[in-house]
Design a protein around this ligand. Structure first.
Ligand code: ZN
Length: 125
């Protein structure tokens, strides 16, 4: 604290270049612990502003974390969906092949063994 003038705010503030400090030039109107402060530098108001800023930062940070988690969940769901879709497509192909092999050939026979072999190839490549 740089010897505030009588009746002036006791707070130290950055100078115009942001590299040093000087005493606040405003009139002190609020007394805290025997020192005068202007409305801006009243420690109670400063603390309120800091708390509000921290609460806002925390809320934004949590919202961002939530957003990231949600994006990851959606991505994972998309991955699962793609895997499931591939599996369903394979099953559909197998079913069609099974049905086609179940049709009787020219000698009036069905070829179940070949149907099973082909189905295995698709389901367990
Ligand atoms: Zn001040």
């Amino acid at each position: 604290m740089k010897n505030p003038q009588k009746g002036k705010c006791s707070a130290d503030v950055h100078n115009d270049f942001g590299v040093g400090f000087h005493s606040c030039l405003r009139q002190g109107i609020i007394q805290r612990d025997g020192k005068l402060y202007c409305k801006t530098h009243d420690p109670v108001e400063v603390e309120k502003r800091d708390d509000a800023r921290n609460a806002k930062w925390k809320a934004e940070s949590e919202a961002s974390a939530f957003h990231q988690r949600r994006k990851l969940e959606l991505w994972q769901k998309g991955e699962k969906y793609d895997a499931l879709k591939t599996r369903m497509d394979n099953l559909e192909t197998v079913l069609q092949q099974l049905l086609s092999f179940c049709d009787k050939n020219s000698e009036g026979e069905t070829d179940f063994e070949r149907a099973i072999i082909e189905a295995r190839k698709i389901l367990k490549p």
